[in-house]
Design a protein around this ligand. Structure first.
Ligand code: DQA
Length: 158
């Protein structure tokens, strides 16, 4: 944790989005809504700015390894990760192991309520290694995760 000149915790947040989330807006809008990923990122950017977040970075990837690397590189660089791992949520042990290996707290996000959907979506292999999961609220899943991350960084609680 770093302090700025005013003795306030510096807040650096990384937002990661997994496979197919680049298609938001046109992808199954009845499930995921009509906002694009850029709409979501812009809403987060604005909220982060208002809340005094020092840095918020975004990465979307369709490749498991790229997300694993982003998590590995987050060590010492970010205070919190907001992660919508998309389909990888349900089977990627590599992603789970990366989260467990790196001491940066992660909040798991889903636009849809994965527990109300097909049975294979009920399992999250990353859930046991994240701080918590927010799902079912569309854009608000991301906003709520950001707000929680900010509060926790402020209080210096993981
Ligand atoms: C998702 C839910 C996943 O089951 C699915 O594979 C996604 C999106 C969500 O945000 O609701 O791609 O993570």
């Amino acid at each position: 944790m770093q302090l700025n000149g005013e003795g306030v915790n510096v807040k650096r947040i990384l937002v990661l989005n997994g496979p197919n989330l680049n298609l938001l807006g046109t992808r199954e809008p009845e499930i995921y809504g009509r906002l694009t990923l850029e709409d979501i990122n812009e809403a987060l950017r604005q909220r982060a700015h208002t809340a005094g977040v020092d840095e918020i970075d975004f990465l979307q990837s369709n490749f498991e390894g790229e997300l694993v690397e982003a998590i590995q590189k987050a060590r010492g660089r970010y205070d919190y990760i907001l992660l919508n791992a998309a389909a990888l949520t349900h089977y990627s042990i590599a992603l789970r192991d990366a989260i467990a290996a790196v001491p940066v707290p992660v909040i798991e996000i889903h636009l849809s309520n994965i527990h109300r959907r097909e049975e294979f979506r009920h399992t999250s292999v990353i859930a046991p290694v994240v701080v918590g999961q927010i799902c079912g609220f569309g854009l608000d899943s991301y906003i709520a995760a950001l707000d929680i991350a900010i509060r926790r960084i402020q209080k210096d609680t993981k």
